[in-house]
Structures are given as structure tokens and as C-alpha cells.
Design a protein around this ligand. Structure first.
Ligand code: UDP
Length: 327
């Protein structure tokens, strides 16, 4: 079947990772329906669609069906599945801030676990058993266990769980990117806001880790590479008619320290990023990077962009959109 007649439901398609994946899916000719509750997306009062979806439509010259819906609402989900015949689902709709999850644990379990259960229930009832998911944070273990049990219970399910390392950067057009609410939790959007003068100084959380320069090391991956990982997973399911539960790491396999990221960003942007070393952040580890060889072997996927590309595209997006999607 041609990608064109392959209809994909993307939950959370108006978020950072969702929006970049929607763009790549459209470019690979898939038909896309997006649902999102807009909890983390900007929408102008005069439009029915959020700004990022409008921009993707412009960039791709294609239309996206957009439905504002919360995955915790089972009846609304049912109505959507009644109306559309989906071949696959890519599930991004989740809450993902570690700090916030400690303050509002019940909201996190409700959205990430109950919301996912709702989605799986409706998928089962409407016989859509092709699923590609990426649960966040503390709930991710739970949801992967649920998915495993589901795949064991019925061999018709085909689930791919993609484990992300640190997605950063923006689409090379500079038109879509990461637009965090409030103070960014993550390193790259924080640096980006310092670079355009929205924030004065970056706080580095500790330089006494067991790493070459003492600052935390992470595997940063360009958002477009990550989005392409989803396209490859979708094509894999479509071509192989695969069944069962599979997990793939999506990363570059190479780690960069906080100081190295700052250096790369300064080089790409020509801006000085002032910083101050402060206490370690609770819950942080010294180093984390991926072995993405399985994704390469099975999905034929690999990261193509380096840290310089990631910084350059972040800088381009931030410069064009100093206030994110809100003009
Ligand atoms: N970090 C930092 N200052 C910030 C945000 C992050 O020094 O304002 C460090 C953090 O301690 C970690 C790395 O940058 O070593 C990446 O953190 P991020 O929150 O982006 O991703 P995480 O790997 O924690 O999910």
C-alpha cells in the first residue's frame, strides 16, 4: 500500500517532537490526523488549528486534519476512531516535566498511564493494532510493561517503543521548533533563550561529575533525525507487517558535556553564553548516551546531524521566533 493511503493518528502532534514528526510523515506522503489538547501549544483565538500545525501545512503544502481532544476523554477518542479509519497510531500525548511530576503525580499518572490505556482500549475496539509509542519519564516503565502484556495477549498487536535520548534543534526552515512554557527545564532551550537575551545567564548544574570536564554528558539528537526515526518505524511496520513488542534507542551514540554544548552553540551563533556553576540538580546522573545500533540494523535508521547542526538550527529558530509561536 502506498504511504498516501496509510492513515496515521498522531496524538500530541502539536508538541515539539510531535510537530516535527508530523512534518516528516507528510513529506514521506503519509496521511496524518493530529489530536492534541493544546496544553503545551500556542493557538491564536481566530484559528481552529495551533500555529505550529498552520506552519507545517505551509511548509509541506498539505492539509492536516486537526482535532482538539484530550486522551483522558474516552468518548471523544471513540468518536474520532468512528470517523477515521486509522492504519497506525503514533502516541506522543504525555506530560514530561520531571519537576512538575513530583508536584502533581496524579495528573501524570492520569495522562500518561490512564490516557495511554484509553487510547489502547479504543485501538483494540476499532482493530487498530499498529502502534508506535514513546512514554515519558517515570511512567515509561509502566507503559512499556502494559504494552508488553498487550502484545502477549493478542499476536495481532504491533508495537514499537522508541526511547529518546536528548532531542534538540529545530526544523532547518527555522519555522517550527521547541516552544517551552515558562522557564525551560532543558539545557538547549535555556541556552537558546540566553542567546537572544530573554534570560541573562545559564546555570550549570554541577561541575564535579565523573566526566572529562566535570559537567553532565548527554546524547543530544537532532529533532529531525528523531522525527525520521518515527517515519522509519512506521515504514517498518507497514512493510514487514511485523507483530509483537519492539524497543529501539534513538540517539547518536556520542555524548557531549554541558560545556561542550555551550562551546558548540557559541560557535554556531556567534553569541557569548554567560554561565555560572551552581549546585547539582536533584535526580541528574553524570553521563547518558545511546547504543542505537539496533535501530540501524532493523529500521535502517541512523542520526545524520551533528552537534553543530543542532546548535545552528536551534539558533535559527530562536532568532526567528524569540517568543516562540506567539508573534
Ligand atoms: N543542565 C544545566 N543547566 C540547565 C539545564 C540542564 O546545566 O539549565 C544540564 C543537566 O544537569 C544535564 C544536561 O544539562 O547534565 C542536560 O539536561 P536536560 O535537562 O537538557 O536533559 P536531561 O538529560 O536531564 O533529560
Amino acid at each position: 500500500m502506498a504511504n498516501k493511503s496509510w492513515k496515521v493518528l498522531v496524538t500530541g502532534g502539536a508538541g515539539y517532537i510531535g510537530s516535527h514528526t508530523v512534518l516528516e510523515l507528510l513529506q514521506a506522503d503519509f496521511e496524518v490526523v493530529v489530536i492534541d489538547n493544546l496544553s503545551n501549544a500556542y493557538k491564536d483565538d481566530n484559528n481552529i488549528k495551533p500555529e505550529c500545525i498552520l506552519r507545517i501545512e505551509k511548509l509541506t503544502n498539505k492539509k492536516i486534519v486537526f482535532i482538539q481532544c484530550d486522551i483522558t476523554n474516552l468518548n471523544e477518542l471513540r468518536d474520532i476512531f468512528k470517523k477515521h479509519k486509522f492504519h497506525s497510531v503514533i502516541h506522543f500525548a504525555a506530560l514530561k516535566a520531571v519537576g512538575e511530576s513530583c508536584e502533581k503525580p496524579l495528573e501524570y499518572y492520569k495522562t500518561n498511564v490512564c490516557g495511554t490505556l484509553n487510547l489502547l482500549k479504543v485501538m483494540r475496539d476499532f482493530n487498530v493494532k499498529c502502534n508506535c509509542t514513546n512514554p515519558y519519564g517515570k511512567t515509561k516503565y509502566m507503559v512499556e510493561e502494559i504494552l508488553k502484556d498487550l502484545c502477549t495477549s493478542n499476536q495481532e498487536w504491533s508495537v514499537i517503543s522508541l526511547r529518546y535520548f536528548n532531542p534538540v534543534g529545530a526544523h532547518s526552515s527555522g519555522q517550527i521548533g521547541e516552544d517551552p512554557n515558562g522557564v525551560p527545564n532543558n539545557l538547549m532551550p535555556y541556552i537558546a533563550q540566553v542567546s537572544v537575551g530573554k534570560r541573562e545567564i545559564l546555570y550549570i548544574y554541577g561541575n564535579d561529575y565523573d566526566t572529562p570536564d566535570g559537567t553532565g554528558v548527554r546524547d543530544y539528537i537532532h529533532i529531525t533525525d528523531l522525527a525520521m526515526g518515527h517515519v522509519k518505524a512506521m515504514i517498518y511496520q507497514k512493510i514487514h507487517n511485523s507483530t509483537g513488542f519492539k524497543v529501539f534507542n534513538l540517539g547518536t551514540g556520542k555524548g557531549y558535556s554541558v560545556l561542550e554544548v555551550i562551546q558548540a552553540f557559541e560557535k554556531a551563533s556567534g553569541q557569548k553564553i554567560p554561565y555560572k556553576i551552581v549546585e547539582r540538580r536533584a535526580g541528574d546522573i553524570s553521563a547518558s548516551y545511546a547504543d542505537a545500533s539496533l535501530a540501524n540494523k532493523e529500521l535502517g535508521w541512523q542520526a545524520t546531524k551533528n552537534i553543530g547542526d543542532m546548535c545552528l538550527d536551534t539558533w535559527k529558530w530562536q532568532q526567528n521566533n524569540p517568543n516562540g509561536y506567539k508573534r
